[in-house]
Ligand binder design. Structure first.
Ligand SMILES: Nc1nc2c(ncn2[C@@H]2O[C@H](COP(=O)(O)OP(=O)(O)OP(=O)(O)O)[C@@H](O)[C@H]2O)c(=O)[nH]1
Ligand SMILES: [Mg+2]
Length: 329
């Protein structure tokens, strides 16, 4: 870039008056490779003094009249930061779990051009693993395993709310999850072959004040995030997604059909297991319909790629960026 990079730090916040001021004030205003630093707080209908304290600490505040979820808040933050001309976007939480003075370490691999996206990692370096309830630690590990399997890349922490995006990564993100964004971002960027780097950073495992706004109920968190993750996986890899389900149905059909065939070959009659023939046929039909769903999904996926490319170029044009040549995927 022939001009200093502009960094915008975005902070989604819901009733965080106890910590928001300290977090905004602690954001370093200069760091290597960065010219300007601004802070943007996305206040999701907080009923306490979050917005007022954020503003008095020097942040710009964007309001959602009613809570829409941290996923929606992050989407607003992303679009606002792009419209504000950000070259780099960092997101951190408002509850003080992340130390803003770690931002220079987080952005370094992106500023140097080694990565399009970097995330703070609580589990990459065992020496930095934070104290947290075992179920949360286990849950985080399962999420990392799932996303690593879906992207065929090894990740240690896919649920941490402290990340940095370069312009290409930010402009190519198209997120749909309202409840949260953390894992969907990984899938979105990994499927677009963005260079992803984890930076081991010490994070406070349990928030200092109040109860979690996102992970209050582990079951609610698990079910809502799984829905976001599997819908994203389905859209990017429909043949794999429906292929898996179709394969399970086909196995059931072969097993029940095989049982009936074995019974017939050993006894010379179909009774009393004619039911296995109907069940096998039913599973075969389900399996075929899954394969057709996969084919249709694959056709839609091609349109998704065209659309995302269009969106990417439209966002570049809107910014008056000369580098319209580069593509999102
Ligand atoms: N704008 C907005 N921000 C939210 C919402 N829910 C949570 N947040 C913010 O998102 C960040 C992460 O939420 P947390 O509740 O800390 O979630 P967590 O870190 O997974 O859970 P803890 O470890 O218990 O803190 C915090 O800054 C919250 O204020 C929401 O609905 N809207
Ligand atoms: Mg938190």
């Amino acid at each position: 870039m022939d001009r200093p990079l502009r960094l915008i730090v975005v902070i989604p916040a819901l009733n965080e008056e106890a910590t928001i001021e300290k977090v905004v004030l602690a954001v370093p205003r200069s760091m290597p490779g960065v010219g300007e630093v601004d802070v943007l707080v996305i206040d999701d209908g907080s009923t306490d003094r979050t917005a007022e304290l954020a503003r008095s600490a020097g942040a710009e505040v964007i309001h959602h009249t009613t809570p829409r979820g941290v996923g929606s808040a992050f989407q607003t933050a992303l679009h606002e930061a792009i419209d504000h001309g950000a070259d780099l976007i960092v997101n951190i939480d408002a509850d003080g779990q992340f130390n803003p003075t770690d931002i220079p370490r987080l952005v370094a691999p992106v500023v140097s051009g080694d990565a399009d996206f970097s995330t703070a990692s609580r589990f990459m370096d065992p020496a930095l693993e934070p104290e947290m309830p075992w179920v949360k630690r286990w849950g985080n590990r399962q999420m990392s395993r799932l996303i690593s399997g879906m992207t065929k890349q090894r990740f240690h922490d896919v649920s941490c709310g402290m990340r940095c995006y370069n312009r290409r990564a930010a402009l190519s993100l198209n997120l749909l999850g309202r409840f949260t964004y953390t894992q969907e971002v990984f899938l979105n960027l990994a499927y677009k072959h963005m260079r992803i780097v984890e930076v081991p950073i010490r994070v406070r495992g349990v928030r200092e004040f109040g109860k979690s706004r996102v992970a209050g109920s582990i079951f609610k968190y698990a079910s809502k995030t799984s829905r976001i993750i599997f819908r994203c996986y389905r859209d990017y890899h429909p043949m794999r997604f429906f292929g898996w389900i179709g394969g399970i149905f086909l196995t059931m059909s072969v097993l029940t059909g095989g049982f009936l065939l074995w019974h017939y070959l050993t006894s010379g009659v179909l009774s009393p297991h004619k039911w296995a023939g109907f069940v096998s046929g039913g599973f075969a039909i389900l399996s075929m319909s899954m394969f057709f769903a996969g084919m249709i999904g694959d056709m839609l996926n091609r349109h998704r790629i065209y659309l995302e490319e269009l969106l990417y170029r439209q966002r570049l044009m809107a910014r008056g960026d000369r580098s319209a040549g580069e593509s999102a995927e």
